[in-house]
Design a protein around this ligand. Structure first.
Ligand code: COA
Length: 295
C-alpha cells in the first residue's frame, strides 16, 4: 500500500472527484479548495491518498513542518473515504497516521467509516479520550434560503480580533485542549483572512461565531444575559454572507451537538438545512500519555 502526498495538480484532480460524493465529501472538498485557492488555506497541512489517480481514501494531516498550526489539537486529521474497506486498508499501512502521539479525528461521519476508525484507534491504544458519543448534526446555510432579523437597538455588529482569544477560549467547552490557544490566535488574526462575526454591547462581545480550519463555522456563543433576542441568527447570517462573498464557498456548514435544542432551533428558524448524517470526534492517545494523565 502506497502513501501518496498530493501535489497541487493532483489535489485539483481529487477535488474534482470529490464533487460526485456530496454531501459526504463537503468538508474535504472545502479544505482542499481553501488550500488550492490560498484563501483561508490552513498552514502546514498535507493531503495523502492510497492511490493516484484511482484513489479511494484521502486524509488531511499536519505536514510536520514548522509552519504547522494546531487545528485544536497538535495532530488533527480529517478523513474522506469512498468505502470503509479502503479506509481500513489505508489506516493499516505504515506512515499514514502518526499513532505515537494523540490523534484527533475531526468530525468523522457516523457511517461505517467511523466504526473503522474507532476500531483501529482501539487496536492501537486501548483507551480513547473523550469516548462518549458526541453526535452532532451538520447544518448548511445557503444565502438565498436564509434570513436574518434586525439588530436590537444599542448593539453593534463587528468582528473579534486577537485581543479576544482568551475570551473565546475560556467560554468554549473544549478550550482546555492543547493547541486551542494557537488555533484561536491564528483564526482571530485579521491578516490571516478568516471571517468571524460578533455583536458588541459597547466594547463587550455578547455574541460570536468563527470560521474555522475545516471550512466549518463554530465556537458560537451568545452571552447568557443576551439570549432570547435572536442574536445567534444575526451572527450566523452575517458570517454566511462574508464566507460566500469573500471565500466564495459553495455552502456554509456548522456542527450542532445533538441535544443542543437552542442552537438547532436557530439554524432551522433562519432557513438552514440539516444534512442526512451525523458526525463525531475521536481522540486516540498513546498509553504513555494516559498513564501520565492518570487515566
Ligand atoms: C445556542 C445559542 C447561541 C442561541 O442563542 P440565542 O441567539 O439567544 O437563541 P434564541 O434564544 O434567540 O433562540 C433559541 C431558540 O431555541 C429555543 N429553545 C431554547 N432552549 C430550548 C429548549 N431547551 N427546548 C426547546 N426550545 C428551546 C428558543 O425558544 C428559541 O426558539 P424560538 O425562536 O422559536 O422561540 C445560545 O443558547 C448559547 O450560546 N448556547 C451555549 C453555546 C452554544 O450552544 N453554542 C452553539 C454551538 S453549535
Amino acid at each position: 500500500m502506497s502513501v501518496i502526498v498530493l501535489d497541487q495538480t493532483q489535489l485539483s484532480v481529487v477535488l474534482a472527484d470529490l464533487s460526485s460524493y456530496r454531501p459526504r465529501s463537503m468538508m474535504m472538498e472545502q479544505m482542499i479548495s481553501n488550500t488550492l485557492s490560498e484563501r483561508c488555506a490552513w498552514p502546514g497541512i498535507e493531503y495523502v491518498v492510497d492511490n493516484f489517480p484511482g484513489w479511494s481514501v484521502c486524509i488531511c494531516r499536519p505536514d510536520g513542518s514548522p509552519a504547522s498550526v494546531s487545528r485544536c489539537t497538535d495532530y488533527t486529521v480529517s478523513v474522506f473515504s469512498k468505502t470503509p474497506e479502503a479506509l481500513e486498508r489505508f489506516l493499516d499501512a505504515p506512515g499514514v497516521v502518526r499513532w505515537d502521539r494523540p490523534v484527533d479525528f475531526f468530525a468523522m461521519q457516523k457511517t461505517d467509516e467511523y466504526d473503522v476508525i474507532r476500531r483501529k484507534c482501539l487496536a492501537i491504544n486501548p483507551v480513547l479520550q473523550y469516548d462518549k458519543p458526541a453526535n452532532s448534526d451538520v447544518y448548511i446555510l445557503e444565502l438565498d434560503k436564509i434570513s436574518t432579523i434586525p439588530l436590537p437597538a444599542g448593539l453593534r455588529l463587528g468582528e473579534l480580533g486577537p485581543q479576544h482569544e482568551q475570551y473565546v477560549r475560556t467560554k468554549w467547552p473544549w478550550g482546555f485542549k492543547t493547541g486551542v490557544k494557537q488555533f484561536l490566535e491564528y483564526v482571530l488574526e485579521p491578516s490571516n483572512g478568516f471571517p468571524n462575526s460578533a455583536i458588541f454591547d459597547r466594547d463587550r462581545p455578547v455574541a460570536h461565531i468563527l470560521y474555522t480550519a475545516d471550512g466549518s463555522i463554530g465556537l458560537g456563543l451568545v452571552d447568557p444575559d443576551y439570549r432570547g433576542k435572536g442574536l445567534y441568527q444575526i451572527v450566523l447570517y452575517d458570517i454566511t454572507k462574508k464566507i460566500l462573498n469573500v471565500i466564495r464557498q459553495r455552502v456554509v456548514y456548522g456542527y450542532v451537538f445533538a441535544g443542543n435544542v437552542a442552537s438547532a432551533r436557530c439554524f432551522e428558524r433562519m432557513g438552514g438545512t440539516k444534512l442526512p448524517f451525523l458526525v463525531d470526534w475521536l481522540t486516540s492517545s498513546p498509553a504513555v500519555i494516559h498513564s501520565e494523565q492518570g487515566q
